[in-house]
Design a protein around this ligand. Structure first.
Ligand SMILES: [Zn+2]
Length: 94
């Protein structure tokens, strides 16, 4: 069982330009952070977008049974570019 790399999968995804936490506008070329979770049906799915001030440093608390990531990227034409995984919380295998 291998899932596609979240950094590769989230590269180029469309994202909003408003921070979900402080409502700051994210400008073209700014760094941006995203929280995404894995769904067997939909792959890596964006859940939240933050400015770098509001970005949590890690997936905390992790959701049991979920594969979650926090990534950093450059906000470029409303898409993520140069995605880098900052933290990942994998499901606990029994
Ligand atoms: Zn913010």
């Amino acid at each position: 069982m291998s899932r596609p790399d979240p950094a590769t999968s989230l590269n180029g995804v469309q994202t909003g330009h408003i921070c979900d936490s402080c409502n700051k506008q994210i400008q073209h070329g700014d760094k941006v952070s995203m929280y995404a979770t894995w769904y067997d049906e939909g792959g890596w799915t964006p859940r939240r977008t933050w400015c770098m001030k509001c970005c949590p440093g890690s997936v905390d608390p992790g959701t049991e049974g979920a594969d979650e990531v926090i990534v950093e990227a450059v906000f470029w034409s409303h898409q993520l570019a140069g995605v880098r995984v900052k933290d990942r919380s994998r499901p606990i295998e029994q």
